[in-house]
Design a protein around this ligand. Sequence first.
Ligand SMILES: *Cc1c(COP(=O)(O)O)cnc(C)c1O
Length: 384
Amino acid sequence: MSAEIPLSKPDITQAEIDAVVDVLRSGRLSIGPYQERFEKLVAARVGVDHAVACSSGTAGLHMALMGLGIGPGDEVVTTPFSFIASANPILMVGATPVFADICPKTMNADPVKVEAAITPRTRAILAVETFGNPAYMDHYAAIAARHELPLIEDCCEAMGCSLGRRACGSFGRVGVFGFYPNKQITTGEGGMIVTSDARLAEICRSLRSQGRPTPAPGQEVNWLQHERLGYNFRLDEMSAALGVTQMKRLDEFIQKRQRVAEMYFNRLGGLSEIVLPTLPPESVNSWFVFVVRLAAGYRREERDAIIAGLRRHEVGARDYFPCIHLQPFYRRMLEFKPGDFPIAETVSDRTLALPFYNDLTARDVDFVCRTLELMLKRGNLGRS
Ligand SMILES: *Cc1c(COP(=O)(O)O)cnc(C)c1O
C-alpha cells in the first residue's frame, strides 16, 4: 500500500528554514524588516501602491470592510459558493451578506445576478476567485464602477493568478490574500491587504495594530496613542520571513502547479463522468486546489461515497465547498434554506477536490486518477 497522498502540502525548503532562523537569531520577532520586505514584494507583484500584512485572510477582509466604513444596516453582495471566510467578515462588521448565485461553468458569482442583487443599501461587492479562477473580475469591476460601489476582491485563493494582463488582487478598490498552509504560498497563518488607496491602507495599518496612528515616514510610532478601536491583527516576523522566501519562489510554484494541473487534465480529460475546471481566455490560474465535478445526474450521496472511497485508498479528497448559506448559523441568522441558490447547491453537491501540491508526482496523479475511476465504476454498479 502506498503512503497517503495528502490533499495539499506546503513547499518548504532550506531557504524558508534559514529565513526563519535568521529572524530568531535577530531577536526582532515582530514589526521588523521582513514584514516590510514581504509587503513590498506583494505590492510589486500585484501592481498596487500599498500592501498591509496581517495575521490572516479573514482578519484582512475584516479590516478592509471596516476601513471602507461598512457596518450595521449595510449590504454586501457576494458568492454563496466559497470558503466560509469570504462571507463571515461581512457579519463580523454587522453588515448583511446578500448572495448572488453562481455561473455553473466557472463556479464564480454570475455577474448578471450580482448586479441584480444590488439594492439602495448595498455598500460593496465582495468578489471571490473561487479555486483561483479569475473569471468575471473585469465584469465585477465594471458593475462596481457603474453603481459607484467599492469592489472588494477576496483573492485569498488567487496569489499568482491573472486575467488579461492584470494580476488578481488589482481589480478591486482593495484585495485580500491569505497564506494558510494550503494556499499557493504560505506563512503558516497570515494575510495581506493590497490597495492603491493610500487612506484605506493607512486605516488598515492602524486597525491592525491597536488603532495606533500611522507614523509619518522616518518617524517613530506613538506606541501608546490609540486613535480608533483597533485589533491585534499583526503578522509576526517568523511568518513574514516565510512569506518573503515563498514570494521569491512564486514563479517556480506557478510552473510546478501548472504541470500538476496539466497532468490531471490529460489524465481525466476523456472521462464522461468528470467535468474539469473551465478558465476564461487569457487567464492564468496558479491553482489553489484542483476541484473537479461529477457530471449532472450524480447525487450528493454518490459524491460523498466517492470521496470516502478515495480516502479509504489513502487519497486525500474533500467536498470543496459546502454552500455558505446552508451552514447552520447562516440558516439560523438569515433564514436561508435549500433551494435559495439552486445552481450553487447543485454544483456544491457534485464537486470534489483532489490532491494538489507543487511536488505531486506523475505516479501519484496516476494513482489518484485510477482510484477515482475505480470509485466511479463502483458508483455506476450501485446505481444500475
Ligand atoms: C483561505 C481563505 C480565506 C482566509 O483564510 P484565513 O485562513 O483566514 O487566512 C478567505 N477567503 C477565502 C475564499 C479563502 O479561501
